[in-house]
Design a protein around this ligand. Sequence first.
Ligand code: BTN
Length: 256
Amino acid sequence: MMAAGSASGVIVRLDTVDSTQTVAFALAERGAADRTVVIADQQSSGRGRRGRVWQAPARSSLLASILVRPRLPQGLLATLSPMTAVVTAEALRRVAPLAPRLKWPNDVLVNGRKIAGILLESRSVASSEPVLVIGVGVNLGQREFPPELAGRATSVALETGRAVDRDTLLAALLEEFDAWRARLEGEGFAPVRERWKSLSDTIGRKVTVDGVSGTATDLDADGALLIDSGDGVRRVIAGEIATDEMATGDPHAARR
Ligand code: BTN
């Protein structure tokens, strides 16, 4: 294990792990400081949202977990997740000629395909407040994807012709993370929410999320998605967009 100091935290760099999330929680158990970062070349059991696996060939991706000892009110903790989507989109924009968009709740898309995913997990660790670990997986060097992901996933290499160096992206990601976290802690969710909405690929689309169908109209003050179902506005606090299309109803606008 190699640990390097950065401006505001330790970065633990590993070759192969089961999941950087697991390593980060284990370090938290041993008292690791807030904003400790774990990155790995490869994961044997990378975790995605909703119990899915996150697969990436060795050294193809940025695989990072950030340990957060929260300084936020309980009601705002979940907003770290859309915040990290904003962070990831902003970092990608800085290091590559890309225009990432956000798909609720926290996927980062380029040209309608997923380039990065975010996983927020929380655990109680012995003798301390619950800790959060925010996992970020960014596809950098993949030139192709397994059949089950083809058409839905993309990478920096596929979009721009060349991969970005992982450390370059990590540095940009951590700078954005520190800045947006300070804003979230100082000003609440409003600035993050505005930026999320301006990057959104979801608002204005017809969506179905866990059985609720309608037009996605807004992001609520706690990160919930507001869906106008025709007979009222519903709040969806977690879930997965099963279908989406432009709210114009143009079938050619449907993507993914
Ligand atoms: C998603 O399903 O979209 C979230 C994917 C999150 C993947 C990252 S890769 C680094 C970190 N370690 C994990 O096991 N998962 C997250």
